[in-house]
Design a protein around this ligand. Structure first.
Ligand code: PXG
Length: 465
């Protein structure tokens, strides 16, 4: 075996990576030709690559490094727990201090009577748990025919067979036999792309009422739950019109179905409150959590469950669990992360400092000739790219061409901003300073200028007919 380190020449690392490492959501053959960028270190909001370049991380890794990189306290918490109790399970009538403490802390932080936590190692696993939780709940209540879970197109709930089925990514459904039975999708509240001639408010109501139509069509006695991200993340940071969530809540209440808020991205400060459900005034029965729970320092996720559902599930054996449910090291890291967030006032920093500054600069990007719409909630934002301002026109080129070109210009200018088709998205570490926000926006502006020039010279600024 070749021994390597962060000092090994980049080309050698890339060749070995291409030879043996299969990357998620990547065309392996293309990446093998191009070579992956090798990230070697990170501190605060900054990544360093194997060429020594410093890159500003506008995505907090994958929407998760909320307290920033290089936190010695988190490393110390992990080391302490590794020495004291590196592993034990919570299956057969045992428990341990980190799982107890973290559950109690989450019960304090979570809104309403969301007081009970079932652990997983990721958001995907937690959503798989949710499928079994809600169906088991109705079975225990003597209504086993309530199996259908309603979700939305262009939702992202994970990549396992269950969570990928809940998600509404058609490209994922096309591979590997998804969706599983009894998952039903309604349309997303994406006004920019799908709103037609309606006002955002009319459109929000129309999209929410699809839930009521779906429940009536399927039969109210067959519907177990509705799952949604308070704000769609991977789908392109789609912030729904203000009319959307109140109407969804009305429908959920009317039919007495369970509401699962997938807070994997919106949880832990991202929207300016501890949870997106608080920002959007949603009352879920279950919240999915992961990512920011540990700021990505350890793989941990879970389902935060209301008292009634937990009591029903607890009345019989729930034949479900993962080897690493409530893993002590991951739980200790999550606890330390929550301590940092509280002591440093990270949620307040988002609400009072970072968001207001970012909002001013982000919305000013709306003047750029390539930008049709700017959206921001807390510290997650999106820009809709358009070939014709003012008309919500799409590009004639394949969807994602303009977004990919813009993302490449971001990468070249040492700022990480992603694209979802032709929407650019950001989700920076929550601790980002106002100076760093300025650098983020300056680099994003440069990238937009360069992308605009390139699209123009390549004849790609044409709108779809
Ligand atoms: N729910 C939501 C709302 C998510 O955003 C998951 C569940 C699944 O979590 P795990 O931990 O199993 O990945 C996610 C994950 C992207 C991207 O490209 C987004 C996610 C994951 C990977 C890539 O935006 N979100």
């Amino acid at each position: 075996m070749t021994l390597i380190s962060t000092n090994t020449p980049t080309a050698e690392l890339q060749a070995l990576d291409a030879a043996h490492h299969m990357h998620p959501f990547t065309t392996g053959a293309d990446l093998a030709r191009k070579g992956a960028r090798v990230i070697t270190r990170a501190e605060g909001c900054w990544l360093t690559d194997s060429e020594g370049e410093r890159i500003l991380d506008g995505m907090a890794g994958l929407w998760c490094v909320n307290v920033g990189y290089g936190r010695k306290e988190l490393a110390a918490a992990a080391a302490r727990q590794m020495e004291e109790l590196p592993y034990y399970n919570t299956f057969f009538q045992t428990t341990h201090v980190p799982a107890i403490q973290l559950s109690a802390r989450l019960a304090e932080l979570a809104p309403g009577d969301l007081n009970n936590v079932f652990y997983a190692s990721s958001g995907s696993e937690a959503n798989d748990t949710n499928i079994r939780l809600v169906r088991t709940y109705w079975e225990e209540k003597g209504q086993p025919e309530r199996k259908v879970i309603i979700s939305r197109w262009n939702a992202y709930h994970g990549s396992s067979v269950g969570s990928g089925s809940l998600g509404g990514m058609k490209g994922m459904h096309a591979q590997g036999g998804m969706p599983i039975p009894d998952i039903h999708h309604i349309d997303q509240p994406n006004w920019w792309a799908e709103g037609g001639d309606m006002t955002p408010e009319e459109f929000g109501l129309e999209r929410a009422r699809q839930l009521e139509q779906a429940i009536e069509e399927i039969g109210p006695e067959k519907v177990a739950a509705f799952i949604a991200e308070p704000v769609q993340g991977a789908g392109g940071v789609i912030i729904p019109p203000e009319t959307y969530w109140p109407e969804i809540q009305r429908i959920v209440d009317k039919y007495g179905i369970l509401l699962i808020a997938d807070e994997v991205i919106t949880g832990f400060g991202r929207t300016g409150n501890w949870f997106g459900s608080q920002t959007l005034n949603i009352k879920p029965h279950i919240m999915t959590i992961a990512k920011g729970l540990s700021s990505g320092y350890a793989p941990i996720g879970g389902s935060v469950v209301c008292d009634e559902v937990a009591a029903v599930i607890g009345s019989d054996e729930f034949n479900h669990g993962y080897t690493y449910s409530g893993h002590p090291v991951a739980a200790a890291i999550a606890l330390e992360n929550l301590r940092i967030m509280e002591e440093e006032g990270v949620v307040e920093h988002v609400r009072d400092v970072a968001h207001p500054h970012l909002a001013e600069r982000w919305h000013a990007l709306g003047d750029h000739p390539l930008v049709g719409e700017t959206k921001l909630i807390g510290m997650m934002g999106s820009l809709a790219l358009t070939p014709e301002k003012g008309s919500r026109a799409r590009f004639a080129a394949d969807a994602g061409t303009a977004g990919y070109i813009t993302r490449e210009r971001c990468f070249a200018n040492n700022v990480i901003m992603r694209h979802v088709y032709d929407r650019m998205i950001i989700s920076p570490p929550l601790v980002m300073t106002t100076d760093e926000i300025d650098i983020l926006i300056d680099r994003a502006t440069l990238a937009l200028d360069e992308a605009y020039a390139q699209l123009k010279s390549d004849g790609l600024l044409k709108k779809a007919s």
